[in-house]
Design a protein around this ligand. Structure first.
Ligand SMILES: [Zn+2]
Ligand SMILES: [Zn+2]
Length: 421
């Protein structure tokens, strides 16, 4: 490594360190951070007291204030799978109790589960486009949510295409068909109200058109430019706060016009073309095409944010590692010097009119679902399709063993469920 390069790397790493250090409160950070820090030091001086402030988000342990928006990155990676980062997914939680999922890329349903939220509240999904890294885990949320106690239908919004086969409705109808056996197998065994899929397809060419308006929450769509006609970006507004999510897009005029001054603007920021060659093992030609034309490169992302000036700019859609982040950051900083977070999975943003707090969540990996928010209906056993005689004949019934299990459970829970004969 030559000297100039080494200096650059050191400068980048220092910059990352500075950004990480400043994370906490973005707006009015100077006063607030130093005050909080002062209080923490006082608490830390006790050898037996718990700290007064945790700079980590533990899911399920904090109330949302009535005027607060919490955004959690549940997928920030790329189409290829990796343990550290699922593909695109952002969860938005509002102080009015509403929750929204923007994109549900492959691997992200697992991250959503880690938030310890009853599946009945995770019932609204907005899909920006039909790439697997943006809706590949929809089936996991749909069916896994039913088994995880969701008794409400899953509502999904997504764009049309240039012909019906390229639209969201077609994709989801076929997803239901793919799971024909799965659905049939659950008849008479589980409460299937949560299995209902409500699909709302809207015109991908709609410009700033409202596609959702409930409980004071408005969600609008604008066209995005990515790979093929069809992709869209979303803008959510509630209680004077504005959230913008690009899904995937090349920089475009609609984003520039309608996301200006967003409180939080989440836009794709792909890996640098150089790392696409080095890490992803692509040719320079493929790296340049995908990295700057199909997607938005970090330097283009910075330019976009300089134009719209959000309270915080969030870049995602790259493998965010110790050896890629400095390159992304350096490119972003060549065109943008405002508030910035380069997202990785489990990054958490608490947003109010006065403050934006950025932290990481620490999650419990031994996750179980929360209960349903209403009473579950016992499944109607007469609806079971059952087995053919051929399969039934193959059963080995350990009658005494099963009788014992039924007796134990009946005794423990005061029930009187007869063991099958
Ligand atoms: Zn895409
Ligand atoms: Zn993508």
């Amino acid at each position: 490594m030559n000297t100039t390069k080494r200096v650059l790397v050191v400068a980048s790493v220092t910059l990352v360190a500075v950004i990480l250090y400043q994370w906490g409160h973005i707006d009015g950070s100077a006063g607030k951070s130093s005050k909080v820090m002062g209080e923490s030091i006082a608490a830390e001086s006790s050898p037996i007291k718990a700290l007064t402030e945790q700079d980590i988000y533990y899911p399920g342990t904090e109330d949302l204030a009535p005027d607060e928006m919490r955004v959690i990155a549940c997928g920030t990676g790329m189409p290829n799978s990796r343990p550290k980062q699922a593909a695109a997914c952002f969860l938005v939680e509002l102080g009015n109790g509403d929750k929204f999922i923007f994109d549900i890329g492959s691997g992200s349903a697992e991250r959503l589960s880690a938030m310890k939220i009853p599946y009945d509240y995770l019932d609204k999904v907005f899909i920006g486009h039909l790439h697997s890294d943006h809706f590949g885990d929809l089936a996991a949320l749909w069916i896994g949510g039913v088994i995880g106690n969701r008794i409400k239908p899953l509502r999904v919004w997504g764009p049309s295409g240039t012909k019906p086969e390229l639209g969201t409705k077609y994709a989801l109808e076929h997803m239901e068909k793919v799971f024909t056996w799965d659905s049939a197998s659950r008849l008479g065994n589980v409460d299937i109200r949560g299995q209902v899929l409500e699909v709302h397809e809207f015109d991908y060419k709609a410009i700033n058109q409202e596609i959702f308006n409930e409980n004071g929450v408005s969600i609008r769509t604008i066209p995005a430019i990515h790979a093929l006609d069809g992709p869209v970006s979303f803008i959510l507004e509630w209680n004077g706060l504005k959230f913008a999510f690009s899904s995937d897009t090349f920089p475009n005029k609609w984003w520039m016009k309608y996301t200006k001054n967003a409180d939080i603007a989440i836009h794709e920021c792909f890996i640098t073309p150089d790392d696409l060659v080095k890490k992803q093992k692509w040719t320079p030609g493929a790296a340049l095409n995908v990295g700057t034309q199909v997607h938005t490169s970090p330097a283009q992302f910075g330019k976009v944010m300089s134009d719209i000036k959000p309270r915080i700019a969030v870049g995602y859609h790259f493998f965010n590692d110790f050896d890629t982040l400095p390159n992304v950051l350096e490119a972003v900083r060549s065109t943008y010097d405002g508030p910035l977070a380069l997202a990785t999975d489990y990054m958490v943003f608490n947003i109010t009119k006065d403050d934006i707090r950025v932290r990481m969540a620490v999650v419990d990996e031994d996750i179980w679902p929360q209960p349903a928010v209403g009473e579950k209906i016992p499944p109607d056993a007469s609806k079971r399709i059952g087995f053919t005689e051929f399969i039934t004949d193959g059963r080995v019934n350990y009658k005494e063993v099963v009788d014992r299990i039924y007796a134990d459970i009946n005794e423990k829970y005061g029930t009187d469920i007869p063991a099958p004969q």
